[in-house]
Design a protein around this ligand. Sequence first.
Ligand code: PRP
Ligand code: URA
Length: 205
Amino acid sequence: MSLHVLAHPLAQHVLTHLRDKTTKPVLFRTLSYQISLLLALEATRDLATTDKEIETPLEKVTAKVLAKPLVVVPILRAGLGMLQPFHDVFPDVSVGYVGLERDHETAIARSYYCKLPPLAGARVLVVDPMLATGGSAAQAITLVKAQGATEIGFVCIVAAPEGVATLQKAHPDIPIHTGALDRQLNARKYILPGLGDFGDRLYGT
Ligand code: PRP
Ligand code: URA
């Protein structure tokens, strides 16, 4: 499994403001959009293309179009903060939803919702801003595999080394794209330095 850390200076700038505890939800949502757009482009860099004959105003030409459907699967609820740029860049994208919530005491994720479109033959990107213990991401990827997905990637904004190791062990075939690889988890399984509870900061809860 490969780990790709976004190297763009704009990503680092945006991350700094996402991490800042004084950033309010309205700006937090805009920053989430911006970094997710950069991640969306990076995670789809290797999408297959196919030839298409078209006519420009001047002549016929054989040009390229995307060859496979793209499906994005945000993990509810924080993953919704990463969805819009995928809609904006890939107008034909389909969306599936996986609802997972970590228990506040054990940090083990409980599944409460799953609605997925047909996934066989599609590129599937599971998106969730925080890869902490890796439990949520591993569960979500198990669900999309069970639905027939074979070409899968995982996209997050901040990853902890512990989450990367868990996901690599559970699903060694899945590439991970992240905006940052942070230091470690704390005793409550939050990422350090991290940015706190992403869902709470996104929705002001
Ligand atoms: C957060 C985050 C991930 C999960 C990561 O969600 O959005 O889904 O924690 O932690 P893990 O890698 O240890 O599983 P949370 O459970 O807080 O739910 P929310 O998105 O509804 O806020
Ligand atoms: N979920 C979050 O929102 N933040 C963390 O640091 C860990 C899990």
